[in-house]
Design a protein around this ligand. Sequence first.
Ligand code: DLL
Length: 434
Amino acid sequence: MIWAKEETLSRSEMDELQLTRLKGTLKRIYDKVPAYRDKMDKAGVTCDDIKTLADMKKLPFTVKQDMRDTYPFGMFTVPKKDLVRIHASSGTTGKPTVVGYTKKDMAMWTECVSRIACMGGASDEDVAQISFGYGMFTGALGLHYGLENIGASVIPVSSGNTQKQIMYMKDFGSTLLVATPSYALHIAEVAKEMGIDPAKDLNIQIGLFGGEGMTEPMRDEMHKLWGSHMKATQNYGMSELVGPGVSGECLELCGMHINEDHFIPEIIDPDTGEVLAAGEKGELVVSCITKEALPLIRYRTGDITRLFYEPCKCGRTTVRMENISGRSDDMLIVRGVNVFPTQIEEVLLQVEEIGPHYEIFVDRKNYLDTMEIKVELADESLLDSYAKLGELEKKIKFSLRTVLGLDAVIKLVAPRSLKRFEGKARRVTDLRKK
Ligand code: DLL
């Protein structure tokens, strides 16, 4: 089922709608947000210069630092009194990024998430367990409202307390799981330890995963644990833009459909800022064209992807974005080789004998970069044979070198010995930054 007619507009209808909305939003920002007005003035561009969507490239970017410089509410276009919700995303450094919603924004957010849930196969028949952490993170409340809106029965269980989650899942007959992919793997693992086979003894038919990426081998792992019947899709968003609800995969699994009547995507070269052609890979830049409180224009997400404009078999005509390959700031350069952790994950998870849990450590010794990857074995029995372990380490090392040109030290460790995550996984430690 397709939730809204806006998901099936022709390209010319979509262009026209986007342009009208962009012009209105831009004028409001120019009038109400001094920080963005200054940027436009410095760039020598006026609202009237934007006559077509192609003119967007004249507009200055907005970056996370703009939000920090104007902390907490300086980029808002409405007085605080008009806000009905405030969230914040905690960065690893500095002040958090604060985002706010008016009543109208809440309705728009809910609508966007309902569309994405629907794309992933959710309906009013579902019993939806939300295992994202409730709180300042936008994931849980975003999915919560969107799923309630389509009539699903929502269980706001939050993250953590995993054994209890599994008890609810079993006793309430939950059919849909909302979680980060890494937490979904962990829930399945704990269920097994409790003597419950997630694929047979539980009834999860739909997995709506997001907040972090899910590579294809990771999706395969998900099917191994939760059963091949599970429809495992991922969706994407960012608190600054709205939270979840920016884009999501439909069941054709060929990229994430962007809610284009609310968000205009562009792909730029992260180094030069130049706009790239459709199909080229670069940094995703998004303009919010319907939000009241915080309509960021040309926001640099830092996420690396590409866009496909061909209509999808599902009937939606909205542009699709490829799985995120990484963030421009988490690309590792190891002895001159550029590599994203997702590429390492793709190589690792194709090795049958190892499980989906790994940690990457990068360091510098005697002026040379080193990389060590700890990987969990899928099965304990291999630990008994030094010879087999050595062989397997060699095999993984060889794959990494052939596929990515990377030399790494591989350390195979016992199942369940690496850290587990209840929210977004953190698998890379770059000790060179210390
Ligand atoms: O993670 C919003 C969200 C919550 C989206 C739940 C989907 C589901 P932030 O905490 O601000 O917001 O983090 C945003 O997370 O820039 C990406 O780097 C990453 N991210 C989110 N979804 C995906 C995904 C939420 N499907 C940052 N694939 C983004 C890859 C993702 N990365």
